[in-house]
Ligand binder design. Structure first.
Ligand code: PLP
Length: 383
């Protein structure tokens, strides 16, 4: 599969027709355990479903192929995947350097869950190489990067950070949820591990929660896989199957998400009601050149700062019709959210606090003119 193009891998990797019936779609193995041919006589290695399930294995093969990785593990949620990485790699006393704009739940996991067990963390502006180097300590084990980041769409140079990580003997983890593997493949740029909330673009239809870890090689696979098995936050067979189905249309969906987001960003850049448009596809975005180099498109996420500050941002968020007011992103339908009180409410008062004039859009694949008309009517309602 590795010699095929992305769209081909997305449809065929791990998705061979069922060998017994010829069913074009591999079945959902909705079973909790597997019959053994004598004690320890596992068929194809399957024993009990916390340790492995054929539907999950199909998804894991597909995920590894998408990111150009050697292995992948699929979890019940993005945060479960992140947690397994942290527990698999870190010990008490270890230190993590993390960007100052990441999903609030990731920061919460580090500072409210892992900190209790002796894991330290420091936030830095990841685009500042000197600041990143200065934040490294002898106990640093992980640099954790999100690019483009949630919700301010900051873009950082993965290859440059990979070099810093390699020189310091530190593991580079990249959360590739926003870009999705069709537009960015961090392992090929030097990252050691990639994590995803597959709930988002990979699932693609807002109907399943999931997470993934993809490995560039054997390093750490056993450690993270042990956490998956020992703790048990695995994806259920039906959820794994829904994700494999979503992935098959990832390439065409993300192309349209990005085309629509570019149209919305260009429209917003011309409107006086917006103080700032955060979208890496605009030449004015500070990370535009890096994004153009390391991504094959600019994604479907954008944020807007309103001139009228928090009252205008809140009113705008509550005035759209096609853009539904909801958490999450990456589904075919457009969503709008107010990060400072929604996805990032837990990071208020920290270095990650999101300005209260910012609104985040997950631009769906509806007709772009309809989406812009919806945003226009919401602006009109602000008066
Ligand atoms: N990473 C990013 C960038 C996210 O946006 C999210 C959720 O919004 C997560 C990780 C966590 O994923 P999940 O909600 O599937 O646990």
């Amino acid at each position: 599969m590795s010699d095929h193009a992305f769209a081909t891998r997305a449809i065929h990797a791990g998705q061979a027709p069922d060998p017994t019936t010829g069913s074009i779609i591999p079945p959902i193995h909705q079973a909790s355990t597997h019959v053994q041919d004598g004690i320890g006589g596992f068929r194809q290695g399957f024993e009990y479903n916390r340790g492995g399930n054929p539907t999950r294995s199909s998804l894991e093969e597909q995920l590894a192929a998408l990111e150009g990785g050697s292995h992948a593990l699929s979890f019940a949620s993005g945060l479960a995947a992140e947690d397994a990485v942290l527990r698999g790699i870190l010990s008490p006393g270890d230190h993590v350097v993390i960007g100052n704009d990441v999903y609030g739940g990731t920061y919460r996991l580090l500072t409210k869950v892992h900190a209790k067990w002796g894991v330290e963390s420091t936030t830095v502006e990841m685009s500042d190489a000197d600041a990143l180097r200065a934040a490294l300590k002898p106990s640093t084990r992980i640099i954790w990067v999100e690019t483009p980041s949630n919700p301010l769409l900051k873009v950082v140079d993965i290859a440059a950070i990979a070099e810093i990580a390699r020189a310091a003997g530190v593991v580079l983890v990249v959360d590739n949820t926003f870009a999705s593997p069709v537009q960015q493949q961090p392992l090929t740029l030097g990252a050691d591990l990639v994590v995803h909330s597959t709930t988002k673009y990979l699932g693609g239809h807002s109907d399943v929660l999931g997470g993934a870890v993809v490995f560039g090689g054997d390093r750490f696979y056993d450690d993270v896989q042990f956490q998956q098995f020992a703790v048990g936050a695995v994806s259920a067979p039906m959820d794994a199957w829904l994700t494999t189905r979503g992935i098959k249309t990832l390439a065409v969906r993300v192309r349209q998400h990005a085309e629509n987001a570019q149209a919305v960003a260009e429209w917003a850049a011309g409107r006086p009601e917006f103080e700032r448009v955060y979208y890496p596809g605009l030449a004015s975005h500070p990370g535009h050149e890096i994004a153009a180099r390391q991504m094959s498109g600019f994604g479907g996420m954008l944020s807007l700062a309103l001139v009228g500050g928090s009252p205008a941002a809140r009113a705008f968020t509550e005035s759209t019709e096609l853009f539904r007011l909801a958490e999450s992103l990456g589904g075919v339908e457009s969503l709008i959210s107010y990060p400072s009180e929604m996805t990032h409410a837990s990071v208020r008062g920290t270095a990650l606090e999101v300005p209260d004039d910012v609104v985040r859009l997950s631009v769906g694949i509806e007709d772009a003119a309809d989406l812009i008309a919806d945003l226009e009517q919401a602006l009109d309602r602000l008066g």
